[in-house]
Design a protein around this ligand. Structure first.
Ligand code: GLN
Length: 446
């Protein structure tokens, strides 16, 4: 069924970089046989899933949307893939992304641009645009993306689906190709909040192979989903509703606030003063970590190698010059600059200090509020090409999402109506490991 849908629509939407049809059908038949034999099956038995192409899948190409890895096949499964397979989920294919997850529109993919299923002239968001578009277009019932600074929530908002960025450390990063290791987290896209809770039960697990994976007791995310939210305290940061947020997005969120009140929640304006520095902090920390992480792509250990070279140094330089796209090179240069000895204190170290202040902003807020809400993005999906010549403009579309990654806390984006025929996303932010509450609040309002 889903492959038929993909065949009918992907020519226009281009969510996928690779389909694994034969294997998927074989797996589905295998699961069906086990079902007929009365075997006990996993939570996701027979459910198709699409995977962002920066998550390692044994035996399948994992390109990260980059020319440098265009022929790279992962020799092992990421822990999330292992978990999904054990639960019986069936991988239909790998989805398109901005190269190495750097971008907000999927236009930075070395292979093609994915289109927004709501309007093919518009971007699906990024960097997990392929995974978001696949769920929005009914090409898969759920998918995996990754977040460093909003790459699940922003495309979820643009495509009108649910996207969760979990607490840092809740889902194993083992097998996720690193962009900025202190910010990266894998997160799911689903069509509704209940599905999100169900797949989180499979994705969240302690993993010895990821040193930042946190050991906490197993939670059933579906358990508190349907509780009412009477008396819940919700904060609305004024910095997230002011200048730069388009009028139609703001109107939608105001309506949501009214609905929350009718459900018995208390909604109050509040302030997150250091959020103002979120973008600047993110665009120092993320490129710095990226410049270090991407050093491994040198033509020796992974992927493609330049053809003609006269020395080892030339082999490195040519491979990287030919293999990386413009945005990735820009990030490597910015990051290398911020980490260089003369500038380290002024940029990287300073950004780390501001990171702590941003985190403390949230800590204080959660002493008073159960959750914080805001729009997910300043506007609805923009046109293809509209921001691709202006990196700063592109970066600005992450203004409402990056602080959450910097603080390591969880947040979800759920659809909350449309404006001029395009979906608007509501962001619900919670304190660390409070995914159950976020999901409960999201369930009540969806
Ligand atoms: N758009 C942001 C960036 O380009 C976030 C990317 C992400 O979350 N992977 O860095």
């Amino acid at each position: 069924e889903f492959f038929n849908r993909i065949e009918a629509t992907d020519e226009y939407i281009k969510s996928f970089l690779l389909l694994d049809k034969e294997n998927a059908i074989k797996e589905a038949k295998n699961i069906d046989e086990r079902r007929v034999n009365g075997e006990k099956l996993g939570d996701l038995a027979g459910i198709p899933v699409a995977i962002k192409d920066n998550i390692s899948t044994e035996g399948l190409k994992t390109t990260c949307g980059s020319k440098i890895l265009s022929n790279y096949t992962a020799p092992y499964d990421a822990t999330v893939i292992k978990n999904l397979k054990e639960a019986g989920a069936i991988i239909v294919g790998k989805t398109n992304l901005d190269e190495f997850a750097m971008g907000s529109s999927t236009e930075n993919s070395a292979f093609h641009t994915t289109r927004n299923p709501w309007d093919l002239e518009r971007v699906p968001g990024g960097s997990s645009g392929g995974s978001a578009a696949a769920v929005a277009a009914y090409q898969a019932p759920f998918s995996l993306g990754s977040e460093t600074g909003g790459s699940v929530r922003q495309p979820a908002a643009f495509c009108g689906v649910v996207g969760l960025k979990p607490t840092y450390g809740l889902i194993s990063r083992y097998g996720l190709v690193a962009f900025a290791s202190s910010l990266d987290q894998i997160g799911p896209f689903t069509r509704d909040v209940e599905d999100c809770a169900i797949v989180m039960n499979t994705l969240a697990s302690h993993d010895k192979l990821d040193s930042t994976s946190v050991e906490i007791e197993k939670v059933d995310y579906t358990k508190n989903l349907k509780k009412d939210i009477k008396g819940l305290k919700i904060g609305v940061p004024k910095e997230y509703m002011g200048e730069g947020i388009s009028e139609d997005v703001r109107e939608n969120i105001k309506n949501v606030i009214e609905t929350f009140k009718t459900l018995g929640a208390e909604v109050e304006e509040m302030s997150l003063p250091y959020s103002e520095y979120g973008l600047e902090t993110y665009y120092i920390l993320a490129p710095s970590e990226a410049s270090s992480n991407l050093a491994r792509f040198d033509g020796v250990r992974y992927g493609n190698r330049a053809e003609n070279y006269n020395s080892v140094e030339e082999l490195f330089t040519k491979t990287r010059s030919e293999g990386f796209g413009e945005e990735v090179k820009r990030r490597i240069m910015m990051g290398t600059y911020c980490l260089s000895s003369g500038y380290y204190d002024a940029y990287y170290k300073k950004a780390q200090k501001v990171r702590t202040l941003i985190k403390e902003d949230f800590d204080k807020a959660f002493d008073e509020y159960d959750v914080i809400i805001s729009p997910t993005t300043p506007s609805t999906a923009f046109k293809i090409g509209e921001k691709s010549d202006n990196p700063l403009d592109m970066y600005a579309s992450d203004v409402l999402t990056v602080a959450v990654n910097i603080a390591g806390i969880p947040a979800i984006s759920i659809p909350c109506g449309t404006s001029k025929g395009l979906p608007v996303g509501l962001q619900i932010i919670g304190k660390s490991f409070d995914e159950s509450k976020i999901l409960n609040v999201a369930y009540n309002i969806e």
